[in-house]
Design a protein around this ligand. Sequence first.
Ligand code: AMP
Ligand code: MG
Length: 483
Amino acid sequence: MTIGWRFDNTYAKLPDTFKENINPIPVKEPNLVILNKKLAKNLDLDFSKTDKKEISKILSGNILPIGSNGISQAYAGHQFGHFTMLGDGRAVLMGEHLSKKNERYDIQFKGSGKTSFSRGGDGRAVLGPMLREYIISEAMHALKIPTTRSLSVVKTGETVNREKPEQGAILTRIASSHIRVGTFQYIAAKQNIEELKLLMNFTIDRHFPEIKSSNNKALDLLNLLMEKQCNLVINWMRVGFIHGVMNTDNMTVSGQTIDYGPCAFMDHYNAKTVFSSIDKFGRYSYSNQPKITKWNLARFAECLIPLIDEDEDSSIKKASEVIDNFEKIYEKKWLNMMRDKLGLFGEDKEDKKLINDLLNWMELNKIDYTNTFCYLMNVKTPEINCYKTNEFIHWINRWKKRLNLKENSSSKYLDLMRNSNPIVIPRNHKVEEALNAANENNLELLENLLIVLEKPYNNQDKIINFKSPAPLGNKEYQTFCGT
Ligand code: AMP
Ligand code: MG
């Protein structure tokens, strides 16, 4: 039985403030539901010589891999704007695994039992939400959006009580690290400057080695995280992804999307779309995502104030200059991203208007975001009639004129569009359908869905079903925090 674990656990060696040493609490009857063989291969892990029973024990934490060193990480977070000391209340980081190329991956079990950060919670997770995280995180990866990934889901054989009794499950999450903006907030709140420096240097070693010997590491770190998070939110806007719970504890410093609780993809375009049942005021709505990214980055900047400059005023001034730049950088990147979606090369002063007119038309007429770009790429789409209206034809003519304005061939602009516009996204009703079946031990729909989502930019055969938005008249889709 050689799976190929190569643990090198650096976070576990940090001082006690950062974490608690703890192992997963064994579960009654672990039973593997799904294993991501392709991801395992990328990690240089081989489960093919291990039987299912054994894999179930390993990926539930009932057997501890040699070299692992369980910890739960401390972090804080602004949740819907309110600051709280948090930490892994239902997760254990088993360690950092090195691939053969020495790429470093956090191996974390989510749903692995109580820790000292559980704050009254049961430390457990439910099958549906864990499979949902599996589906959407893998879809995000296939969409070429930085994200944590999912190696497996194992049923625990235990009941977890939520609104009704549910099947317990453990997800194995793979991340380039689990350092969050909230990790910095936790250490900063302890007001121990040496530990704050330690966290900064640890983060730079792990994610930003290029600024290791810079003159102002803290300021450079802020700039680099701003760049990464700006790119990330632009990617979300590109595919119509709504994260749903952009608390600072759910923002990584690696720039990977993390925490797939109440997230969902938008069908018809509406800037104010919110799916999460608890997001009453639309704080994390589609169009608010860039603003919240900036808000979270400002919280990150606050943590770094003691490290930017010895003089506090000058430190605040320097950090503010960086944060104040966010809108300008975002706007430019967003415009370019939308140009790519429309196959537009170069720049024209009318571009923003052209783009906004399309978005407004979609919003006013409740037109599907993903499918509209498919239609423009001549990809067969389920709803056609709305594209035959005079208003839209007029817009198309303006777009074609703009396409011809710059030197352009149809193959060139279509290539650009094909790289930017997914043909399939995890449609909410398809995800729900797969999860409901999986809850009844039928994995066929889940497996089919995962296959289609693996190649979101390809025009695959027989996927028209996966391209339809939820039937109109359906109750607005709602998501719930995946606890
Ligand atoms: P999340 O909503 O998943 O971002 O979690 C926010 C915080 O609540 C984190 O500190 C989690 O560890 C904690 N938490 C969520 N669910 C549970 C649970 N079932 N038991 C204990 N802690 C939890
Ligand atoms: Mg979270």
